[in-house]
Ligand binder design. Structure first.
Ligand SMILES: Cc1cc2nc3c(=O)[nH]c(=O)nc-3n(C[C@H](O)[C@H](O)[C@H](O)COP(=O)(O)O)c2cc1C
Length: 199
């Protein structure tokens, strides 16, 4: 049985992003499990702001198609989501919106979000750790895109001082929460791999 493929990315492209750091830590932890991990940065997939006229004139941009195929090629997806005004970043929302618009061949609508499992994490320098962005992200993925999102999630509070020099998390409970999320992600992705995505 091939190792399940897991995709990891952050909803920030800021230099020194806490969420990129959380994504990197998730990759490090996942590498210890028997999985095939891919980490991407949205900086490599720039997209214009979604515009229905642009879509009508020239279809989805190439990077939206590439990202959609990237989602399809993985059975589990971990997103590290920053919090902007109690929601997700415009970068992440725009990316998810564009991906939701790509439909190739006779695929079902929102194919990139189906037959796979999503797991969520957030990091913020505030006391809630970006928790509210996870509520918003869950709504987008589950209600908007029909995705399966694990109930377990992790929020890294006071992110500026949350990481050790070796990039693990200083707070043991938060580190345990991250490991729990990732274990569930791997377990569910593995089950989905065995059934071809059927639940
Ligand atoms: C427009 C804007 C709104 C923000 N709103 C929130 C917020 O509601 N809650 C919060 O915890 N942090 C908020 N922040 C702070 C971000 O969480 C912080 O910039 C964080 O470092 C972004 O994630 P990153 O480090 O991965 O780039 C906001 C930042 C910006 C630029």
């Amino acid at each position: 049985m091939a190792a399940p493929k897991i995709l990891v990315f952050a909803g920030s492209i800021r230099t020194g992003s806490f969420n990129a750091r959380l994504a990197a830590l998730a990759v490090k932890e996942l590498a210890l499990a028997d999985v095939d991990v891919t980490r991407i940065s949205l900086v490599d997939y720039p997209l214009p702001l979604y515009d229905a006229d642009l879509e009508k004139a020239s279809g989805a941009p190439e990077n939206a198609v590439k990202l959609k195929r990237m989602f399809l090629a993985h059975r589990g997806i971990f997103i590290a989501s920053p919090e902007y005004n109690a929601s997700v970043t415009p970068l992440l929302k725009n990316t998810l919106d564009w991906v939701s618009r790509v439909r190739e061949g006779n695929e079902v609508p929102l194919a990139a979000y189906k037959r796979r499992v999503f797991a969520l994490g957030a990091a913020s320098n505030g006391s809630l750790g970006g928790y509210r962005s996870l509520m918003a992200l869950r709504q987008i993925l589950e209600l908007g895109c029909g995705a399966t999102v694990l109930p377990e999630q992790v929020a890294v509070r006071e992110a500026a001082s949350a990481f050790e020099d070796d990039d693990t998390l200083r707070d043991e409970r938060t580190m345990r929460a991250l490991r729990t999320v990732l274990e569930r992600l791997v377990e569910t992705a593995r089950q989905l791999s065995m059934t071809g995505g059927e639940r």
